[in-house]
Design a protein around this ligand. Structure first.
Ligand SMILES: Cc1ncc(COP(=O)(O)O)c(C=O)c1O
Length: 391
């Protein structure tokens, strides 16, 4: 049987990982500035995470949500404490798309309305509602097209106000990433997030903070929405939550009441996933990883801003992006194959950095050296070829 070929692959097989490094089957070591797509939060194969999973595996890995699962409650308590959302309620699922799917559905159950506001360049996942609120027609199948979704420009307060003024009574929810990830690391302004909060209050709409990529400490705050000094009604989470073990969650404000049968899933909240997620929070707290993301992130942002060949350095914490000019178009590829550094990208020309929150300052410097060396090599090669043409 062949694999369904939907992913353009790098010709690399990773067989070992530790902290912020991975090794391929030839023994080559790579610095991981991509975190397997923002998933590795506490570092690859962290010993405490491995131990907790092993211990849980030897007791029970899975039983359905038809029985009490105390580790879910332990996870909820720890999450409430670290996120500062102790009065919120937790519903557990297994991925980011599933988190957004449930959040949008819950909002509609809550206020009985249908319309959803989403923003240009958003990415919220690939299941039916999640993809319908994603601004990329190429991944929306005809069956997912949904007339209830209204796309507005990101960070445009006037457009948002006008939309609510015209159709506020129909709007069920607003879904937004506080820092757009797939869209190219674009932070929302504080004013925009505050405007969403006040309009949602005024029109009884639900503010959904998609924190799948920018949440869980990555931005240097538990939620990137915290930079707006607002509380959302629903936070969706996944990626960093399990450090690679598939788990997602939604945090639900106290005024949204549950009802039996309203939401449900087979795998969400299973014992093994909860043990992995609990280990992540324990390590984040013990090793002050949110503070580390803030500190090492600021260092990287400052140093990157001083490199004149790259443009528009931006981001928060360890969620950083910069534009790569046309003459350095091979930068990402060369970083991987020549310098042995994994980075992420956003189309058309953005390099995205999404490393583990445990990245050290030395590892950040190691990345900067590799980046500078590769830029020098690419610009040197260009000058060389220009000289050859003139001669
Ligand atoms: C902001 C955001 N929301 C949702 C998702 C979807 O998450 P998943 O791939 O786990 O379904 C992603 C994935 O990249 C994301 O970046």
């Amino acid at each position: 049987m062949k694999l369904f070929d939907v992913y353009p692959l790098n010709n690399i097989t990773i067989t070992k990982a530790k902290g912020s490094y991975v090794w391929d089957d030839q023994g080559t070591k790579y610095l991981d500035m991509y975190g397997g797509h923002a998933v590795i939060s506490i570092g690859h194969t962290h010993p405490h995470w491995v131990l907790r999973i092993e211990e849980q595996l030897n007791k029970i890995a899975f039983y359905s949500n038809s029985v009490k699962i105390p580790v879910q409650q332990q996870l909820a308590e720890k999450l409430g404490k670290l996120s500062g959302k102790e009065d919120y309620q937790l519903f557990l699922i297994s991925s980011g798309a599933e988190a957004n799917e449930n959040a949008l559905k819950l909002a509609s159950f809550y206020n009985g309305k249908k319309k959803i506001i989403a923003f240009s360049k958003s990415f919220h996942g690939r299941t039916s509602l999640a993809v319908a609120v994603t601004d990329n027609p190429a991944i929306v199948a005809p069956v997912n097209e949904n007339e209830n979704v209204i796309f507005l420009p990101y960070n445009d307060e006037k457009a948002l106000e006008d939309c609510f003024a015209q159709r506020g009574d129909e709007i069920s929810s607003v879904i937004i990433e506080a820092i757009q990830g797939v869209g190219g690391i674009i932070p929302a302004t504080e004013n925009f997030l505050q405007k969403i909060r006040s309009l949602c209050n005024q029109y009884n709409a639900v503010y959904i903070a998609d924190s799948v990529q920018d949440g869980y400490g990555r931005s240097g705050q538990f939620f990137a929405h915290d930079y707006g000094r607002v509380s959302a009604d629903v936070y969706t989470m996944a990626k960093g939550m399990g450090n690679g073990f598939p788990i997602g969650g939604i945090l639900i404000a106290p005024h949204i009441a549950p009802k039996h049968g309203m939401l449900g899933t087979t795998f969400g909240g299973n014992q093994l996933a909860c043990a992995a997620a609990l280990a992540v929070l324990e390590v984040m707290e013990e090793e002050n990883l949110i503070e580390n993301a803030q500190k090492v992130g600021s260092y990287l942002l400052d140093r990157l801003a001083a490199i004149t060949e790259i443009k528009n350095v931006r981001g928060r914490g360890l969620m950083i992006g910069f534009d790569v000019p046309e003459e350095l178009k091979d930068l990402k590829k060369n970083l991987l194959y020549k310098q042995h550094v994994f980075t992420g990208e956003a189309k058309p020309n953005v390099i995205r950095l999404l490393p583990s929150l445990a990245l050290t300052k030395d590892q950040a410097s190691e990345f900067l050296e590799a980046l500078e060396a590769e830029i020098a090599s690419l610009t040197g090669a260009k000058k060389e070829s220009e000289r050859a043409v003139t001669v």
